[in-house]
Design a protein around this ligand. Structure first.
Ligand code: ADP
Ligand code: MG
Length: 691
């Protein structure tokens, strides 16, 4: 059995000690199989030499040529500039970091270099190419396979990761990975075996159809994606199957609390809210656990559904928990729930990571003693020390931040007399119906497809970043009127570190350009407490402008912010842009979103951004996004955050979902095959396997 190879720990690889193992762990790589499933983002072709005369901007090339000039140039930045010739043309190499020795080594040398071709002031250039100087014996052989470029984490380099993958691949030589897909499935789709697929994707041979590979359409990729999607689908079926064997407390809708609550609201519910609220109330009245997903665009009023569900539990003398993925979001709910429920005589308690000491003890006692009728919090609610008195209803807001395994663990929390609580899961990520069927095969779905009346839609402007100065002025005007703004930096790079660095640089530049404004910065590398602090300052209007990476995608409601600048929006999925844009336009005043792209933009890129200008309907945007996904999008799709797959991508692989569904239907959830598939692909698979 190859299980041994697949599940061997990375520390068994040559040169991997505890330090490197923990870096790999950050990428979710713990064993050989994880490493083998950590696929390249893209590839470089270092298998052949390109003639200078045949180069086009944007190409990544290997060049062999002679250095004919080598000078230090004092421009905006001091740089070392070499001119090289290969008989077909002349090319410039430019280095910003260099030593004197490096310069003298380059003079008149024959070199081989690798880099990306860019248009320069004096013909084509390579900026900071990798290079080697030819010594007497000539150059090493060129690479025999395409060179993979992997997602990295700090302290890990491409060559290092490549060599580890190489070791894991050699181990497969003697023991291939277990083949779990039935032969008929492989044959029908023309898929390679798992081992062949993995080997191919890490080391694609020369002459491979690179385009299909970059689009994620190669049979080797499709085969892996198919298996992963199948495993997910099966795991969700297992969950559903388990749920249906459990009971839940039937919570009658009496109206004793919900009606007075609705009476006091300054508005009436929309038709869509009423419909979804009825669906939820009906589910909760049954003695089978509700497991319902409510999808509703940003601002569609999902919170009302949560409140009504919580009230229905309280009407029946039970507890309800409302959980949000971040402290800021949870705190917002706390403030709202208190203002709505306390007048009705309902005790609302609060639990989050930052609740410490006496306050924490008190909260835990309220929760376990039953005084707390509604508990609002973060994932702190999952912790072992939290024991509910009689939890019957769980609301999870912004679900895409919670994994299925977390849903399960919360369910276990509420287990009481063999009964489990009802669950309501809410998401603002619009999911086209076909995808929802796969992503949430264990859930029933409700959609709030209507916004409350009287909203002023966000006006979206698409402009070229050569007009950045004008945009900066616009930010200044906006903030001088006492309004606030967001500046979102996006960067698709192999490392998160670079992304945060870019935001830091932008914040510095803006602080210089706008010295009168109070400017804050949040990015993914801040500690949660630091992040929360900055967000709180922004919320309290102690900051005028918030520079951020896409971490603010789901989050604060700051009605006073009326302007959002998104840099390089062409790098994000439309749904993600839509989520970001939803951070403005929360007040009644006119709001603006400026999509500042980097020219030149392809026709398709323009079409995509135009959709953002034309519609603010999240579902339409999601559908269009799906239709338009195409070449080159592979990089962006990993970030859409709809569900985290290692290899599959619900949008890119949408066309195989039907077939995944059909295959899953043919496989019993209780079989050994299901168990093996879940083991391989699903984190914490043991939780699903208690069938
Ligand atoms: P989301 O679906 O993004 O969670 P919220 O529940 O936060 O939306 O609601 C957004 C805003 O709309 C809140 O200020 C809320 O009070 C308000 N709201 C919700 N429902 C209605 C309604 N039926 N009519 C008017 N305003 C509403
Ligand atoms: Mg919400």
């Amino acid at each position: 059995m190859s299980a041994q190879v697949a599940y061997r720990k990375v520390t068994e690889l040559k040169g991997v000690g505890a330090a490197l193992a923990s870096k790999l762990g950050k990428l979710g790589i713990h064993n050989f199989q994880d490493l083998l499933f950590h696929l390249p983002l893209r590839y470089q072709d270092r298998t052949r030499i390109t003639a200078i005369g045949a180069m086009r901007p944007g190409d990544e090339v290997v060049v062999e040529a002679r250095v004919v000039a080598c000078d230090i140039v004092m421009g905006r930045r001091r740089s070392l500039v070499c001119r090289i010739q290969d008989g077909t043309g002349t090319l410039t190499l430019r280095f910003f970091h260099f030593s004197a020795a490096q310069k003298s080594g380059l003079i008149n040398a024959d070199i081989r270099c690798f880099g990306e071709v860019r248009p320069g002031s004096n013909g084509l250039e390579l900026i900071h190419p990798e290079y080697k100087v030819m010594k007497g014996e000539g150059f090493d052989q060129l690479e025999e396979t395409l060179t993979p470029i992997y997602p990295l984490t700090e302290g890990l380099t491409q060559p290092r990761l490549r060599s580890l993958v190489g070791q894991a691949l050699s181990a497969l030589g003697s023991e291939p990975l277990d083949e779990l897909l039935p032969d008929s499935e492989l044959a029908r789709n023309n898929y390679p075996s798992l081992t062949d697929a993995v080997r191919f994707l890490h080391q694609p041979p020369v002459g491979v159809d690179l385009e299909s590979l970059l689009e994620g359409q190669h049979p080797a990729q499709r085969r892996l994606a198919f298996e992963e999607l199948l495993a997910h689908n099966l795991s969700l079926r297992v969950v559903r199957h388990q749920m249906q064997t459990q009971g839940a407390p039937a919570l009658k809708s009496t109206g004793r609390l919900t009606l007075p609550f609705l009476d006091r609201l300054p508005f009436s519910l929309t038709q869509a809210q009423l419909r979804v609220a009825r669906e939820v109330a009906r589910d909760m009245g049954r003695s089978l656990p509700m497991l319902r997903l409510v999808q509703g665009d940003v601002g569609s009023g999902k919170t009302m559904i949560a409140v009504l569900a919580a009230l229905q539990a309280v009407e029946n003398g039970k507890q309800a928990a409302v959980m949000a993925p971040t402290e800021i979001l949870a705190e917002q709910h706390l403030i709202n729930f208190k203002s709505w429920l306390e007048p009705l005589g309902i005790k609302v308690s609060w639990l989050a990571g930052k609740v410490k000491g006496k306050a924490r003890e008190a909260a835990l006692a309220e929760i376990s003693g039953g005084d707390a009728q509604v508990v609002v919090g973060t994932h702190a609610l999952f912790q072992d020390e939290v024991a509910f008195h009689d939890l019957a209803m769980v609301v999870i807001d912004e679900q895409h931040r919670f994994g299925v395994d977390q849903r399960l663990s919360l369910r276990e929390k509420g287990r009481n007399d063999g009964k489990i609580p009802h669950q309501l899961i809410m998401t603002a990520t619009p999911i086209p119906r076909t995808l929802a069927m796969s992503a949430y095969a264990d859930l029933d779905c409700s959609i709030i497809d209507e916004l409350p009346p009287g909203r002023t839609p966000v006006q979206t402007v698409v402009i070229d970043d050569s007009r950045r100065d004008r945009v900066v002025e616009r930010v200044e005007q906006n903030c001088k009127q006492g309004l606030q703004a967001y500046w979102v930096c996006t960067l698709v790079e192999e490392s998160e570190a670079l992304q945060c660095q870019a935001a830091e640089t932008t914040a510095e530049e803006l602080r210089e350009a706008l010295p009168d404004l109070r400017i804050g910065l949040v990015h993914g590398r801040l500690k949660p407490a630091e992040k929360a602090e900055v967000m709180a300052q922004f919320k309290a209007h102690e900051l005028d402008l918030l520079v951020a990476t896409t971490v603010i995608e789901v989050g604060v409601d700051v009605p006073n912010s009326s302007l959002m600048i998104i840099e390089n929006p062409e790098r994000l999925g439309l749904s993600q842009l839509h989520q970001l844009r939803g951070r403005v336009g929360r007040g009644s005043r006119e709001s603006f979103c400026v999509l500042m792209y980097h020219a030149p933009l392809s026709q398709q890129g323009r079409d995509r951004l135009a959709i953002m200008r034309e519609t603010s309907d999240g579902f339409r945007i999601a559908e269009r996004d799906l239709e338009l996904r195409g070449p080159g999008e592979v990089l962006g799709t990993r970030q859409t955050g709809m569900m985290s797959f290692r290899i599959a991508d619900l949008q890119r692989d949408a066309d195989m979902l039907d077939s995944v569904q059909q295959t899953a239907e043919r496989i019993e959830t209780s079989t050994e095959l299901t168990r093996q598939l879940c083991d391989r692909w699903i984190l914490n698979a043991d939780q699903y396997a208690q069938v």
